[in-house]
Design a protein around this ligand. Sequence first.
Ligand SMILES: Nc1ncnc2c1ncn2[C@@H]1O[C@H](COP(=O)(O)OP(=O)(O)OP(=O)(O)O)[C@@H](O)[C@H]1O
Length: 262
Amino acid sequence: MPSENKPAIAQGQKSKPEPAIVVSHVSMLFKRAKDEATSVKELLVRAVRGQNHYEMFKALDDINLTIQKGEVVGIIGTNGSGKSTLLKIISGALIPTRGKVLVDRKSVQLLTLGTGFDPELTGRENVYLNGAIIGYPKSFIDQKYRAIVQFAELEGFMEEKVRNYSSGMVSRLGFAIATIRDTPEILILDEVLSVGDMFFRQKSEARIREMIHGGSTVLMVSHSTSVIQANCSRAVWIEKGRLRADGNPKEVCRAYETLKEM
Ligand SMILES: Nc1ncnc2c1ncn2[C@@H]1O[C@H](COP(=O)(O)OP(=O)(O)OP(=O)(O)O)[C@@H](O)[C@H]1O
């Protein structure tokens, strides 16, 4: 017998898809220096004299987006168009100046690389530091430590200071830490697919593909239109803070590439 609170779905009638993320009229303003100082000294002198002038810069302008559960959405756009800002707002790391986002924050994981490493600490210490920043409990890192080092291919280097690592080694470690947990319901990937050399890239792409196709809702930023077309069911193009196109990945990527060639 149908529950009294939930109306029964009539035969042949489809249930409505449920949104995982709703971005409603989101705008983001940043304060920017009008004429940048060329040194810290100049900045301080100007601050003392009250000569630092700022202007407001609109990084996102009235963005509206509804993403259904299970969709894999790729975000493209030229440098500085506002992609990372949008991902940070959705994951809760930034609060928009205007508008709102409806999302279950507990189900969201934002994956970015290169943040939260201290070059003066060893690889081992950085695994714990970076893991803590992502939100892993220490017991979880203890349990996964070996797997992280193995995936990053850094056996024998973990007691070295990270300042002696190559940039590829740092990104491999960052990637291994960030992807060691079980796939969350909503996965947000900010340019994590161009890490390391060709061999590590194949391995990391395979890991991301597993996460993407595990049934999660995925939002991913990539500068590679082929990555977007190979993995996404929908593409969104953001240009100069505005939503320029939203739809079939092939069509949106083609329109974007045409603009870049002009
Ligand atoms: N905290 C901040 N303060 C001031 N300006 C910012 C801040 N964060 C981002 N911006 C500016 O907002 C704009 C959008 O930045 P964002 O990082 O979202 O772009 P993006 O599309 O991700 O760029 P990229 O492809 O180069 O990574 C840029 O002009 C950037 O300089």
